[in-house]
Design a protein around this ligand. Structure first.
Ligand SMILES: [Zn+2]
Length: 273
């Protein structure tokens, strides 16, 4: 509804984006905190907006700080029960540059709190990406890596690892590491292809690939800085004919291919620099 205007102020370096909002993006939001409107199904006992508000506000502030952006607009947070299927989303966001930011978190009584927080932090990363970085839409997996890196401590706690670097070292040691340069397009875990490739371990591999890309993003930020990464996100990707998702153009921004950057990064992890 176009008459519902939103007020959104994002500050990232010198740039700012503004849209407008005066209320939640979903009807019947029952509660609010500094950064969220909460919407819970009737009778839902998994999360209590009144007690979680402060924790969730803290998550948003930590993620925003990592990303270097601020969001002067509340995110509508909708809780619902877990999705069916063998590789379901634990959360998703409908954030886009021209709609109100909305995050869905899927959880029931059996869902660990670390999963709720980790999944929420990851989605907040997507919201900030959409609003403040304005990444190219054709980029796919690297934006998942960005949201995973942005979630930082919340993602690591959920996955039970000490650091992104130690996660990579453990994948290498176990022989489960999947080369990024062979997984730099679109990871469609709902596809037949993925079902055949990952089978019952689909969720495990999805998280593994997200964690690998998150760890690589951490390296790029530490080595080359955040602004260069955001330049990459705004640079037209390499797209094969007939495809609508593309691969980040590392050579254009970093002067090195993904394969070369990945090799340098893995060498550093191996030698523990
Ligand atoms: Zn995601």
């Amino acid at each position: 509804m176009r008459s519902l205007r939103a007020f959104l102020w994002i500050f990232l370096g010198a740039g700012s984006i503004a849209t407008a909002q005066e209320g939640p993006a979903f009807p019947d939001a029952t509660n609010e905190s500094d950064h969220f409107w909460f919407n819970l199904p009737a009778g839902y006992t998994v999360a209590d907006a009144a007690t979680l508000g402060e924790q969730f506000d803290r998550i948003l502030e930590i993620v925003a700080d990592r990303v270097g952006a601020s969001l002067d607009q509340k995110i509508t947070l909708v809780f619902d029960y877990p999705r069916p299927g063998h590789c379901p989303s634990r959360a998703w966001t409908t954030a886009s540059r021209d709609s109100l930011p909305m995050i869905f978190v899927f959880a029931n009584e059996d869902t660990p709190a670390a999963q709720i927080k980790g999944a929420l932090a990851h989605e907040v990363g997507h919201v900030l990406d959409e609003a403040a970085i304005a990444s190219r839409r054709e980029l796919a997996i690297i934006r998942e890596g960005f949201a995973t890196w942005a979630a930082g401590p919340y993602w690591l706690e959920w996955k039970g690892v000490r650091s992104f670097r130690s996660a990579i070292a453990s994948y290498k040691a176990a022989g489960t590491y999947l080369p990024l340069h062979e997984n730099d397009g679109f990871l469609d875990t709902l596809s037949e292809d993925a079902a055949q490739r990952f089978g019952e371990d689909c969720l495990y591999y999805r998280d593994l690939i997200y964690t690998e890309w998150g760890a690589f993003i951490e390296y790029l930020v530490e080595e080359y800085g955040r602004e260069k990464l955001y330049t990459l996100f705004r640079t037209p990707p390499l797209i094969n004919e007939g495809e609508n998702v593309g691969r980040p153009n590392f050579a254009a921004v970093y002067g090195r291919s993904l394969r070369e950057l990945e090799a340098a990064w893995l060498e550093r992890i191996e030698y523990g620099e």
